[in-house]
Each structure stands twice: as structure tokens, then as C-alpha cells.
Design a protein around this ligand. Structure first.
Ligand code: PAF
Length: 283
């Protein structure tokens, strides 16, 4: 695996790959890799000859009161995992390499409307940070395809919208959530949970599954389901941020006739914010 820290080196390497007619897949990450990330890499390998994993804890997507300094950094461990998968290139730039003028003085990409709801409502500016870094990575690599996890479903939707709006020539693939044996969606943030919280955490997925069964059984009073689910979350020890039943393609509230739904949740357990979602296909 080539471990590259500068944009120039990355672009030189990718130029050679393109000259050798290799297609390029991009897997953007913030490191602290778990099985969910490794699944993204495996999928990338099925779609292109050369896979670039990026590892960059992007400061512009964290607000001041968020956990940027404490975000887990496990570079050696991440390298080993990627080596084992025969990853071609790991791009791990410094903050100065990416934002030589500082994040605040750098042009940014803003995707309107869809970023105002859900996580965007509780984390103002977060998605501007995400779309800016992702757009920069698309431009640096000129990858043919990029893979993102569906756990961050809103992030995936925002990236799709950015690519459509700005005519970025790249194919975006969403990878289904990878879960622990007890149903908890894999996330770097799970490492923040205490032992007791870790035992409670799978309730999040269980509540989503319960709602899915209600909908499949014909329940259509979505407001009532959402209200009850928030009570269930509180009783299970969470502080709910949001729980919504949305139309999957539009990320707008579902209505009686909506067929392709997503139940999407963010809730805090102790001091850890967890997100999850589940698809529901009504016939
Ligand atoms: O999902 C993530 O890990 C990050 O938001 C991403 C896409 C790597 C951008 O920093």
C-alpha cells in the first residue's frame, strides 16, 4: 500500500494509474476503521482497479462544542487493516495540506434545504464541512466512483445532491449499514460508550425494527408512532434528538401513500450521539 501525505504525490500516483487505464474508487474516511469501513473498501475493489482510502479528521465538520480533539486517531492500526485488504493507496494529509489558508478562509460548498433538517438542524455548519472536504477529495482524486456508508444516510443524500447540482463526474455508491451481532450499527463513536451504555445501545436498532413492523402491519399514523418511539427511547435511557419516518428518496416526512420509507434516528446515550436508520418498503 502506498501511504501518501501530500496532494502532489497523490495526483502523480493517480495520473500514472489513469495512464495505465485503471479506474479509481475513493473511500473517504476519518480513520479509526471498523468493519463498516472495511466493507466500503471491499465494495470499492469490486468497482475499480485502484482504490484510494482517505484518512482525514476534517475539522470543518465539527462545531466548537464537538469532539474534534478527542476523535479517536488510530493511524497504525488503520494502516494494518488496510494492508490486509490489499488497499492500493492511503491518503492521509495534514490539516495544513488540505486547508493551507485555514478552514474558515477556504471556499466552501453549501447544499441548501436538505441540510437544514435532521442532523443539519442540530449540527449547524456540519454538512458544509462535509460537502467541502468531499468535493475537494473528488477534485483531488478525480475518482470514477466513491463509496459511502448508509449509516450516515443524510450525508449520503447530501452528497448525491451536491454531485447532481454541480455536475461532478463521479458515481456515488451507498453501502448498507454493518451491524454488531446485537444490532448496534458500527460507528467510531461506539468506542465512547461505557460498558453499561454499550449494553443499552442496541435498543436504538430494536426500536427502529419495532416501528418497521408496525408500518408493515398497516399502521399509518406516523406522528403517533414517532411520539411513542421518542417516549420509548427516553425510557431506554436515551436523549432523543430526532426520530422520523421519511420518504427515502426525498428525505421529507412520509405520507399515507409513501412506499419507500426510512426511519431515521439520532439520540444521545450518556455523552455519545448515535445515529441509525432502517429502510421500510411498503407494497
Ligand atoms: O463519514 C465520514 O467519515 C466523513 O463525514 C467523511 C465523508 C469522511 C468526510 O469527512
Amino acid at each position: 500500500m502506498f501511504v501518501i501525505h501530500t496532494i502532489n504525490e497523490l495526483q502523480d500516483e493517480l495520473r500514472q494509474r489513469r495512464q495505465a487505464n485503471q479506474s479509481i474508487a475513493l473511500v473517504p474516511t476519518m480513520g479509526n476503521l471498523h468493519q463498516g469501513h472495511l466493507q466500503l473498501v471491499s465494495t470499492a475493489q469490486q468497482h475499480a482497479e485502484a482504490v484510494v482510502v482517505t484518512l482525514f479528521v476534517n475539522p470543518t465538520q465539527f462545531s466548537e462544542n464537538e469532539d474534534l480533539d478527542n476523535y479517536p486517531r488510530t493511524f497504525q492500526d488503520d494502516c494494518q487493516k488496510l494492508e490486509l485488504l490489499n488497499t492500493d493507496i492511503l491518503f492521509a494529509p495534514s490539516i495544513d495540506e488540505i486547508y493551507p489558508l485555514g478552514g474558515e478562509n477556504t471556499s466552501h460548498v453549501h447544499v441548501p434545504n436538505i441540510t437544514d433538517v435532521l442532523c443539519g438542524a442540530s449540527r449547524p455548519g456540519h454538512f458544509d464541512g462535509v460537502t467541502t472536504i468531499v468535493c475537494k477529495l473528488f477534485n483531488m482524486t478525480r475518482a470514477d466512483v466513491a463509496i459511502f456508508g448508509e449509516k450516515d444516510f443524510q450525508q449520503l443524500a447530501v452528497i448525491h445532491r451536491m454531485v447532481d447540482d454541480l455536475n461532478i463526474p463521479i458515481r456515488i455508491i451507498g453501502e448498507p449499514i454493518v451491524r454488531e451481532a446485537d444490532g448496534l450499527a458500527m460507528s467510531s463513536r461506539n468506542g465512547y460508550l461505557s460498558k453499561e451504555e454499550r449494553l443499552l445501545a442496541p435498543r436504538l436498532h430494536q426500536i427502529l425494527q419495532y416501528i418497521k413492523q408496525l408500518i408493515l402491519a398497516g399502521e399509518v399514523d406516523f406522528n403517533a408512532i414517532e411520539s411513542q418511539a421518542k417516549i420509548d427511547l427516553i425510557e431506554a435511557g436515551f436523549k432523543p434528538d430526532y426520530l422520523h419516518i421519511y420518504q427515502r428518496n426525498e428525505l421529507k416526512p412520509a405520507t399515507k401513500g409513501s412506499k419507500e420509507l426510512i426511519i431515521i434516528v439520532a439520540a444521545v446515550l450518556g455523552s455519545t450521539r448515535l445515529i441509525d436508520n432502517i429502510h421500510v418498503d411498503c407494497t
